[in-house]
Ligand binder design. Structure first.
Ligand SMILES: [Zn+2]
Length: 128
């Protein structure tokens, strides 16, 4: 027979499970979207070209938009034509959202397992 304290704990843990389930559903909505993803960050770089007589040696650096990403420990940089910047930035934003959601799923699942363990502990009866 469960005492009052145990019943209250179980009740709190059940509410926690329902909250975690709700949060999981919200987070998974990100994964259910159909929008394409592009790995990497879009930003502007300014650099010198190396030509000794170029204006960039006098501080007017060459500016361009790039997509940067890492794969297998290697860093990649890809120049973006101006017409593509908006679309790629959008998809790279989606990728970031997806990765954040994935990380949060992992946190939620760990919490869920911890709650399940506590519930199991509290619900288990021992015969004496
Ligand atoms: Zn230059």
């Amino acid at each position: 027979m469960q005492n009052k304290k145990t019943r209250e704990k179980l009740s709190r843990l059940r509410r926690e499970i329902l909250q975690l389930r709700q949060r999981l559903e919200q987070v998974l909505a990100v994964a259910l979207a159909r929008t394409p993803l592009i790995k990497g960050n879009v930003y502007e770089i300014a650099r010198r070209c190396g030509s000794p007589r170029c204006r960039c040696t006098r501080g007017q650096l060459h500016r361009s938009m790039v997509l940067s990403w890492s794969e297998n420990g290697r860093h990649h940089l890809h120049s973006l034509p101006p017409a593509q910047v908006a679309a790629i930035r959008q998809k790279s934003g989606e990728y970031l959202r997806f990765r954040r959601a994935r990380a949060e799923v992992s946190v939620i699942l760990k919490k869920l397992l911890a709650v399940l363990d506590q519930i199991q502990e509290l619900r288990c009866e021992v015969l004496r």
